[in-house]
Design a protein around this ligand. Structure first.
Ligand code: ZN
Length: 345
């Protein structure tokens, strides 16, 4: 009897131990799952956040690029109000004598003492030139090249037998060196647009500026044989990203026999917006028709195919309206300048 009881008790004990072991295993499995999921979440969250931040950085970089190109094309300018607050201002409509503006964003800089170059009315150009032509003139200008779009532009210019001016930057590859010469050989003129096109270093000091200018001057001289003394500021002469006073640089240009030119018509091909060739042509034509001398800002950098395609309509329409297409050089009279060189001593 005793033995049977003992056996029963022993069996019950064993069953209890097995259940406990089962429970323990379940508990361990549960802990394992919790641990695995914690690890997965701990890895996934930083990855997702990194991807999100990278996308945000990419978007911001594009915004900065767009703002810089808009600034360069004269679409936005920086201004200060009476309290010292600094604004970016969108230039909606460019006229020879007047700019209408609309605030697009405000950056609070309370107490800022930074001086901002004011944008004066653009110089009204008169068609008084060396060839005594007294009619309306159109000056096509292409900045930031040369690139793969330079030859298609030259082809179009040659087809219509009109010249243009290419404000070139520094490129050291053999193909680009040939393009500098090709521009000149095919009847257009070259202007210098800085070697680096880097606002930060270019405008950091007069010394930086003059070293950069010498570099692009010498490269163009070496490749074309031309001693070019025509310049266009990246961002225009009213650019406000300068660390150095732009008038100091203008004084340097005056002293060294350089002329510089801005623009009074913008194709808006540097805004980052996807503008169709038709729309671009319409904008250029309508702005040009209000100018006796239309200095047209365009770009022949990589990716400016719409600019290339807009050219025939621009040339045909402006010729139909009595405009003569001319190239700019150091002898061109009354160059359009937002900060007039003659007033900088
Ligand atoms: Zn440029």
């Amino acid at each position: 009897m005793d033995t049977l009881e003992e056996q029963k008790s022993s069996l019950a004990g064993k069953q209890l131990t097995r259940r406990e072991a089962l429970d323990r295993r379940k508990r361990i499995n549960r802990y394992k799952k919790i641990l695995i999921w914690t690890c997965v979440i701990a890895i996934l969250i930083p990855i997702i956040m990194c991807v999100f931040l990278l996308m945000k950085i990419h978007r911001l970089e594009k915004d900065i690029d767009n703002l810089l190109t808009m600034k360069e094309s004269g679409q936005i300018v920086a201004q200060t109000d009476s309290t010292g607050g600094r604004y970016l201002v969108l230039v909606k409509d460019v006229d020879e004598n007047e700019r209408t503006t609309e605030n697009i964003t405000e950056k609070a800089t309370e107490g800022s003492t930074e001086e901002v170059t004011q944008v004066p009315s653009e110089v009204v150009t008169q068609p008084v030139t060396k060839d005594e032509y007294t009619g309306k003139r159109a000056y096509l200008t292409f900045d930031d090249g040369p690139s793969e779009n330079t030859i298609p532009i030259l082809d179009t210019l040659n087809r219509y037998n009109v010249p243009a001016t290419f404000f070139v930057i520094g490129k050291m590859d053999e193909q680009s060196k040939k393009l500098y010469k090709e521009i000149v050989d095919r009847g257009s003129t070259i202007g210098l647009h800085s070697f680096s096109h880097q606002y930060g270093s270019l405008y950091a000091s007069v010394e930086n500026f003059s070293a950069d200018l010498a570099k692009i001057h010498d490269l163009v001289k070496e490749t074309t044989g031309k001693d070019i003394k025509l310049f266009r500021f990246p961002g225009g002469s009213a650019t406000t990203t300068n660390t150095v006073d732009i008038r100091e640089i203008i004084k340097y240009l005056n002293t060294n026999g350089y002329k510089y030119v801005d623009w009074n018509v913008s194709s808006e091909d540097a805004t980052g917006r996807n503008i169709s060739p038709d729309e671009m042509a319409r904008m250029v034509i309508s702005q040009s028709l209000s100018c006796n001398s239309a200095y047209i800002l365009m770009h022949d950098a990589k990716g400016k195919e719409s600019t290339v395609q807009s050219l025939p309509a621009i040339i045909e329409e402006l010729q139909a309206n009595g405009y003569k297409f001319c190239a700019i050089d150091e002898t061109t009279d009354k160059l359009v300048q937002q900060v007039k060189a003659s007033e900088v001593q």
